[in-house]
Design a protein around this ligand. Structure first.
Ligand code: NAD
Length: 257
């Protein structure tokens, strides 16, 4: 198993060095080792909540206090202390080496930017900012007093996070940028992504249809495995990305010597 994984890691590192335009698609799994649970899967928030009850726009509009109490305040507490893990840092290093061009992330945690990636498409928006439903003014989430639920703007309007709830459209500019990135890459790394949340899960399909190789890093197989992706490196994103990045650096150093 260990040997097989090492072979796969070498193969992925060689493919990254040989590629001309690499794009990464990341999901909640990449931030698990930063202490942020995913929604789906083992230990996911869906074991505690019904998604449609807490993460659908209709639920928020019907009962913002409930959604703030159950989901948003919990996410806020987790995000305030979360730091990038070796998977985020590995992707930032790949960008620094000129290999990785764009990260499309489904995450709202801002950890890719914190790690140093500069071209990040936040497909599902961001949790860093809140917007007043009445006057539209914006506040940073960390500055909001959550002792009163739901938190309100000075105009009396309720704040919502600037992330995309279930039932909402992906902002067209983010969808466009993602589709362009997916259709122009020659290698897509899909890290910690269940590939069931649409339309994000369609980006690897676009990449494959445009001729790219799709490689997954995930402890579990996904609907992409063996159909859209040619390789699944099975394991935790941080552990695997750290090894892949080190191997990429080794290959580049060998080439220079
Ligand atoms: P997802 O597509 O983001 O999938 C989670 C995936 O992570 C699963 O396939 C799981 O096997 C994998 N995973 C679990 N631990 C891992 C690890 N250590 N390393 C690599 N992969 C691991 O789906 P979701 O969790 O249902 O989330 C749905 C949406 O909710 C996301 O797209 C995102 O918008 C939002 N969300 C964001 C965050 C965040 O910002 N960190 C956290 C939870 C949910």
């Amino acid at each position: 198993m260990e040997d097989r994984q090492l072979n796969l890691i070498n193969k992925v590192a060689e493919s990254l060095v040989a590629a001309k335009h690499v794009v990464a698609l990341t999901g909640a799994g990449i931030s698990v080792e930063s202490g942020i649970p995913p929604f789906r899967g083992k230990g996911g928030l869906w074991e505690k909540f019904d998604p449609m009850e807490v993460a659908h726009i209709n639920s928020f509009m019907k009962n913002p206090e409930k959604v703030w109490r159950l989901l948003i305040s919990e996410m806020k507490d987790l995000l305030v202390s979360a730091k990038p893990n070796p998977a985020h840092l590995g992707l930032a290093r790949l960008e620094e080496l000129g290999i990785l061009k764009t990260v499309i992330t489904q995450n709202i945690d801002g950890l890719h930017q914190m790690a140093g990636n500069r071209d990040v498409v936040e497909f599902h928006g961001s949790f860093a900012w809140l917007q007043c439903l009445d006057c539209g003014c914006r506040e940073q989430t960390v500055d909001i007093d959550t002792s009163q639920m739901p938190p309100k703007c000075s105009c009396g309007g309720i704040y919502r996070p600037e992330c995309v709830f279930f039932g909402e459209m992906i902002p067209p500019k983010d969808l466009d940028r993602s589709q362009i990135a997916a259709s122009t890459c020659d290698l897509m790394l899909v890290v910690g992504c269940s590939a069931v949340v649409q339309p994000a899960a369609f980006m690897p399909v676009i990449a494959k249809q445009s001729g790219a190789t799709v490689i997954e890093i995930n402890p579990e197989p996904t609907p992409l495995t063996g159909t859209t992706s040619t390789l699944l490196v099975q394991g935790k994103a941080g552990k695997i990305m750290k090894k892949i990045t080190a191997q990429v650096e080794r290959i580049i150093a060998d080439k220079q010597n």
